[in-house]
Design a protein around this ligand. Structure first.
Ligand code: NAD
Length: 489
């Protein structure tokens, strides 16, 4: 049987993982995977096509009834075993994530721990797959509602957390008795294939976990259009979410779409400024600003604006940018295209009135001669309709606007097509209570930096998507509810 990869001209060339085997694509084309910090090619993966999509889905369909027939605790045990193997391989996997994605090593270690946690959390739910028993209106009849699997699930993941996003989908999907085909982003496919390799050391029946590689418009679209899957779960861009929504309409597939964000960060006049500065820095510059819940735009009360901006700019200037294999604060942007986008957005903001307080340029000298680097950037703006206040930057750049009062901050925060997360710093409990109804976002962080809990619920509204992940509601999405009427007269 072929191995996971072979050495071709000095670099690893991976295969798809389908039906418990490492298989070549029927298309003889490969995608080169680049290290964002050095632009060195670190590996290549198959540029899969429709045939590969079909093979993986047929395998997943064949495996599904047997997988669902296992007791949930047995499925959960396998997920726990996989989580253990992931943790045993934490350092190796973290270094793969750094090499393919570019986040600093300490963050990558956290991502791998998070990946394992998604699996163990799902596994812990194995003994809580409950239903409802309902009295019938008819004598000698019993009604019950039982949760059963959908069948085959497709998981499409973004490049910013390739290992964690895979497990965030795989854990609950498999625990519920579905089988899965995972396709990671084409720029970050390696960690998913390596996790598939770890799963191959366990007793998962062949076809339960399948991992394929290729582009969104290639194998991704072929998976989505295929008649076998019942549920598609995407973490990615609004563009992809809308395309998939349209394609899935053809045969009414179920969708979970976890899309972009443009989180507002409101600082009231009664805020603890030191805490707000620390949270604003972390929530913007972690993973080089490439998190869907990142602080993307700030509204600071005029009475504290000078103090806040002075401390915030100082803290941003102190961030260490550099080689992500070392203990830096900020690594490279993920790709040249992403870097170009950030640069364009900053230039447009500047030309429409933004004042750059620090940063505002690419880094190209010395250790930054290769790779995709951008200086951590703070700017002030006065118009909430500027593109930099409305479009997702997904990079190390934050615009700050001064507001007259808390109500103005809330109003401007809500002026957005996005609705994923929001941040508010205030000590006034009456204001906190207002947020529940008045701030139109799915996840609100009060007096703390971002970071969602595995047992809570992560869900956006408007352009940020439909669906939601994590916790009991996230798990529930992977079940279909079936109602049984039994006449026992
Ligand atoms: P992307 O949409 O380009 O790609 C996401 C995945 O979808 C990839 O695997 C891609 O190959 C696939 N894909 C793209 N078009 C497709 C199509 N037409 N059919 C089938 N598959 C397709 O997104 P990205 O650039 O990888 O990710 C960045 C975005 O993800 C940002 O907007 C970010 O905010 C968002 N994101 C959201 C969350 C969340 O939980 N809401 C989490 C992380 C990232």
């Amino acid at each position: 049987m072929p191995n996971m990869k072979e050495l071709v001209k000095g670099t690893d060339r991976y295969r798809h993982y389908i039906n418990g085997e490492w298989v070549d694509s029927t298309i003889k084309e490969w995608i080169e995977v680049e290290n964002p910090a050095t632009q060195a090619v670190i590996a290549s993966v198959p540029k899969g096509g429709a045939d590969d999509a079909d093979r993986s889905l047929v395998a997943a369909r064949a495996a599904q009834p047997g997988w669902e027939a296992l007791p949930p605790a047995a499925r959960g045990q396998l997920l726990k075993d996989l989580a253990r193997l992931i943790l045993e391989n934490r350092e190796r996997l973290a270094r793969i994530v750094v090499a393919e994605q570019g986040k600093p090593i300490h963050e990558a270690r956290g991502e791998i721990e998070g990946a394992a946690l998604y699996l163990t959390y799902a596994a812990e739910e194995a003994r809580r797959i409950t239903g409802d028993i309902i009295p019938s209106d008819v004598p000698d009849e019993q009604i019950w509602i039982q949760r059963v699997a959908h069948g085959v699930v497709i998981g499409l993941t973004a490049w910013n957390y390739p290992a964690a996003l895979m497990c965030r989908k795989m854990g609950p999907a498999l625990l519920a008795g579905n089988t899965i085909v995972i396709k990671s982003h084409e720029g970050t496919p390696i960690s998913a294939l390596e996790i598939a390799q770890l799963s191959s050391q366990l007793d998962f029946p062949p076809g339960v976990i399948n991992v394929v590689s290729g582009t969104g418009e290639g194998i991704g679209a072929a998976l989505v259009r295929h008649p076998i899957p019942r549920l598609i779960t995407l973490t990615g861009s609004v563009r992809a979410g809308k395309e998939i929504f349209r394609a899935a309409a053809e045969d009414l597939k179920l969708l979970r779409l976890e899309l972009g964000g443009k989180a507002p960060f409101v600082v009231a006049e009664d805020a603890d400024i030191g805490a707000a500065v620390r949270a604003a820095v972390l929530s913007r510059f972690e993973n080089c600003g490439q998190i869907c819940i990142c602080n993307e735009r700030m509204y600071v009360h005029r009475r504290v604006a000078d103090e806040f901006l002075e401390k915030f700019t100082r803290a941003v200037k102190a961030l260490k940018v550099g080689d992500p294999t070392t203990l830096v604060d900020v690594g490279p942007k993920f790709s040249g295209m992403e870097l170009d986008k950030v640069e364009r957005m900053v230039e447009m903001a500047r030309s429409t009135g933004a004042e750059v307080l620090t940063g505002g340029r690419r880094l190209t000298e010395g250790e930054f001669a290769r790779g995709h680097w951008y200086e951590p950037t703070v700017m002030t703006v006065t118009d909430n309709q500027m593109r930099i206040m409305q479009d997702e930057v997904f990079g190390p750049v934050v615009p700050v606007m001064t507001v007259g009062d808390f109500d103005e901050g809330l109003r401007l925060a809500n002026e957005s097509n996005y609705g994923l997360s929001a941040y508010v710093f205030t000590k006034d409990m009456r204001r906190v209570m207002r947020l529940v109804r008045e701030l139109k976002f799915g996840e609100i962080y009060v007096n703390r930096p971002g970071g969602d809990a595995v047992h809570a619920h992560h869900a956006g509204i408007r352009d940020s998507g439909i669906g939601g992940e994590d916790g009991k509601y996230g798990l529930d999405a992977y079940f279909q509810k079936k109602t049984i009427y039994v006449n026992y007269a």
